[in-house]
Design a protein around this ligand. Sequence first.
Ligand code: C2O
Length: 549
Amino acid sequence: GETHYHEFVVQATPVRRLCKTRNIITVDGQFPGPTLEVRNGDHLVVKVVNQARYNITLHWHGIHQQRTAWADGPVYVTQCPIRPGGNYTYRFTIERQEGTLWWHAHTSWLRATVYGALIIRPKEGFSYPFTIPKREFPLLLGEWWNVNPIHVVNRALRTGTAPNVSDAYTINGQPGDLYNCSEKNTVTIPVESGETNLLRVINSAMNQQLFFTVANHNLTVVATDASYVKPFITSVIMLGPGETTDVLITTDQPTARYYIAARAYASAENVDFDNTITTAILEYMSAIPCTETTAQSNCSRPIFPSLPAYNDTAAVTAFSRSLRSLSDNISVPTHIDENLFFMVGLGLNPCRINRSNCQGPNGTRFTASMNNVSFVLPSNFSILQAYYQGINGVFTTNFPPVPPTIFNYTGNVSRALWTPIPGTEAYRMKYGSTVQIVLQGTSIVEAEHHPIHLHGYDFYIIAEGFGNYDPETDPAKFNLVDPPLRNTMGVPVGGWAVIRFVADNPGAWFMHCHIDTHLTWGLGMIFLVDNGVGELESLLRPPSDLPQC
Ligand code: C2O
């Protein structure tokens, strides 16, 4: 493969949205950040130069980082931060992946503005397993705050409350014409009649699952998370934060302007969310936008789509259950070495010391956990460095493989089960183990849809359902023939999902909810995968230029 060299300069940049100018953190002054375009098998070398006043790291979301765990990026997991004035060069190879991924900051809430698309095309001489699109457009869905997102999360942590919801959703950084002061900058996607185009849709929002649609046009889904799926037609897709979906769209409608739109899928009634709609415009060439100077008669106002209701879980289920791997010739592990059961959900912690830290429900503070452990990042070493250098006291390997208590996870749960224990706990696995994880959502505090992301691997999603997972009857529903291969699993609201993968990539790998509010509250854990015994694997070590704390 080819080697692509980039320099990413992290800096403060004034950006105007919703009638206000604010200094945001960007890469190279661009918002969203630069698009990386590579082919399967290529190498990427990205030198990140930090000219901002915050610590930063970058994460290449969905890239396997096979044998290069130190290039993965989550702060204090695989590296210490790049300090203001410092730099670090990420070097990695794209192996056996094609489609759409993305990159984002992985420190505090910097990813609200520091993110961009990562497009992986087939190797030279190979093509897509579908109609060759005439044009391709990355569409990054995001969230915009009128205030510094770092202040939003810091305030939430200080008070124990839920962080404020964002002020707008965005498409490629723009709120679109339904928001104040945004009409002129609405993103336009220019197309010609009678062609097939590829939309690479990425949910880079901080905290919100989003429905996505294009008025009057079918979407043919061809890939998710940089893995091909059996094509199917739908009018709407849903993406949790972190997820990507590639869709083909054929311009078979009359010459006009059509809205591309996204709005929240909010699975829980009692959680604050923003119910506004972000728009871009699919503009057939020769369709004339209406401006103050065009005559009303020959200009075209964008045609509005129908979007599911914000709480339409049935639409979400219909979409996720339509996803099947393109090939039937895949190998889902059948013999399982590590049979794990992780309950994932929210909680409330009582206040023991400082009451002002507990302004959440009934004088408590919000928390979140996996198997009742609320994940705490270390602060003076990264887990990967501590692991390879044999430094004790940074983390334990006591993460429980099953919940400490068995109960009716999705029923009315007793208050005693609401208080997770904070800890920096990893689960250690032998190189090459075959792994099954049942991810069981809970209704503690509130049942919610959780997009659970695993670093370092793709996994097969072999089943999902509502209520409590039943080990007696649910295995009969496992799809071991053509389950979708993904890096993020949407655990249904008040339900469960089962994933399988082979732990054949050594390193320290974060698994966490990609809703940043939940991650901030501790909804995560670490898999430690030992070096293998082969010549290549046994000698793996982090490079000496990895930032130290
Ligand atoms: Cu896209 Cu740990 O994240």
